[in-house]
Design a protein around this ligand. Sequence first.
Ligand SMILES: *Cc1c(COP(=O)(O)O)cnc(C)c1O
Length: 398
Amino acid sequence: MAEGERSCLMRTYREPEIGFVRGRGAYLYDEAGRRYLDFIAGLGVNILGHCPPAVVRAVCRQAGRLLHASNLYRIDAQERLARILCGASFADRAFFCNSGAEAIDTILKAARLHFYRRGERQRRGIICFEGGFHGRTYGATSVTHRRTAREGFGPLLPGIRFAKFNDLASVESLISSRTCLVLVEPVLGEGGVIPARRQFLRDLRQLCDRHGALLAFDEIQCGLSRIGTPFAYQHYGVVPDFLALAKGLAGGLPMGAVLAREPAASAFQPGTHGSTFGGNPLSCAAALAVCQRVLVPKFAQRVRTLGEYLRQRLRERLGGLPRVREIRGMGLMVGIELSEDGQPCVEQCRRLGLLIHCTAGCVLRLLPPLIVTRAQIENAVDVLQTVLSGHGTKSPVG
Ligand SMILES: *Cc1c(COP(=O)(O)O)cnc(C)c1O
C-alpha cells in the first residue's frame, strides 16, 4: 500500500508493520531482502517450513492437471488422504473442509445429528472449556470462551456450557444425559499454551462414556506432530470420537479435516453436510506430501527431542530473568509466560530478526516449523535472551 493510501480491508487484524515476499525453510524475507527467523510459522501452518520442495512439487504438478471438479465426482487424492489419516489414527472416516472453524462446525453438527438419528432428541448439550479457542464461524465462535470473540455477536448457538480446563469436577457439574459432545483442545493454544493433564483427559473420556456423550479433540494447532506424537491424542493415550485438524495439514494451503470413528463417523448421509471446496485436488495433493512426512513416528520423535532441547535452553538462558514467570509447552509448541504484556517483546524480537507471537496477553508463543535445526533454536534463544534481559539492539540473526 502506498504512503497515505487508505486501506480497503475490513479491520479484522491489527495493522501489520511488515509483509513478506518470499520464504524458504525456517526463514522469511521482506521486500528489502531482510531475513527473519520464523518461530511462529504462519500461526502453526508452515509445519514443514516455507515452500517445502516436496509440497511445492506436488502442488505444481496438480495445478497443471486439475484444480477443481467438485465433490459430485470422485477425487482419488481425497480417498488416498483419508486412508492415510485413518490408517495412522483411531479413525474410521474422514471429512475434508477448508479451515479449522469449518472442521469444528462439522463436529458440532455431526454430534447433534448422530443422537437425533438415534432418537435421542433431547441430547443437544455441548460442553467446552474456558481458555479454549475453536475459530470464527458462528458455531466455532459459540464454543469459544474468549469475550472479545463473542461480544456483540449474540445470540450464539444455544445449549453450550463452559467448564474449567484441567478441572474434572467442573465438567462433572455440567454433564448429563442431555450432553451430546465434550470438545477440548489437548493443549490450549490461543489460551496460552497450556497442556491438559494426562489424568484429566483420561477422566474426561470415562466421564463421557458414563454419560453416553461423544468426545472431540481440537488438534488444529497441537496435532500433526507439533507436540511430538503424530496426533496429540496418542501422547495422552486417550482416544476421542472426533478429531479436528487444519493449520499445518496442507503445509500452507487452506485445508481442514475431521477424523471420526464409528458410530459417530456415519452420522452424515448424502445431502446433510458438505463443502464446495472441501478436499479439492490441490489441497489434497499438498496434504498428501505433508502427511507422508509428518505422520512418521521418527519425525514426531525428532520434534519431541528438539522441543525438549528448546525448553531446556530457554530455561537455562531465561529462567532467572525477573520478567519471565514460566516456560512451558510440549514438543515445538512453547509458551513463555511473562509478568507483563508480551507485545513489546514481539516487536523487539522482530526488529532483531526473530518472528514470534503473543497470546493470552502475556504469553510469548513459539511455533517454529517442525524442520527447525538446533542452530536456529540457538539463534532464537539468543534473541529472546537479549530482548527479555532488556538491553542490546544488535541483531544476532543472519
Ligand atoms: C487456529 C485454530 C482454530 C481455527 O482455525 P481456522 O482455520 O482459523 O478456522 C481452531 N482451533 C484451534 C485450536 C486453533 O488453533
